[in-house]
Write a protein of this length. Sequence first.
Length: 237
Amino acid sequence: MTRAGSLPLVERFGRLSAELTAAERENLKLLLSMAAGGLLVGHARHLSEDLRREALETAQRSLPKLHDGKRPAFTTGIVFRGRAPFFSDADIAAMDEESRANRYRAARFHDHYVSSGAPLAREMALSSDINDFLSDRVGPVLPTYKANYLYYDAPGLGIDPHVDKDEFALNVLTMLEHLPENRNSELILYPPDQEPVHVQLAHGETLVFFADSVTHQRTRTVAGESVRLVSFGYHPI
Ligand SMILES: [Fe+2]
């Protein structure tokens, strides 16, 4: 396969997506996501490097195309990074407290722990301030009512390269705690045609990104390391 050959295939995935049901589109997204993730972690080494690079680029470039033109100006998939104006210090402190209090409820999901639907987080996810902020940047969105506390607080926790389910199409991800100062685990985004983007969020810092379109991972924690995040899902309409 040549570089020139992959571009029509990317466009064809986009056109195919328009004909699919939502369930079929999720299925195709999963296949492309698993292909990108597998290639990023070094699978298919029996194939030539050119072919693997071409297949990875095809999967990475096709993922944003599955969304019916609703991923405008897609480059890195990052919409915003910084101290978000829609969270006050008190909001961050309250979510931090609720996250700690809900740790015992968290269920293991692959290689990290998730606590869903805590009352304060759910209420925050419906904030009109967040909605307005997102709508100004990416057009109208709807909250998916999904609000998760995430915990990577034992050695070896993380998540391999993947894209998120539809419920977290647009993911508002905020760091509540990452200890100790000397960090090992990091979030890495793999946008098409670019170097990986390494993200170490500070306490209270937010990343808004198209998690259903850009492949991303959290690298593994080491002994003594603990990461707590809160994640809200939104959907462009
Ligand atoms: Fe994710």
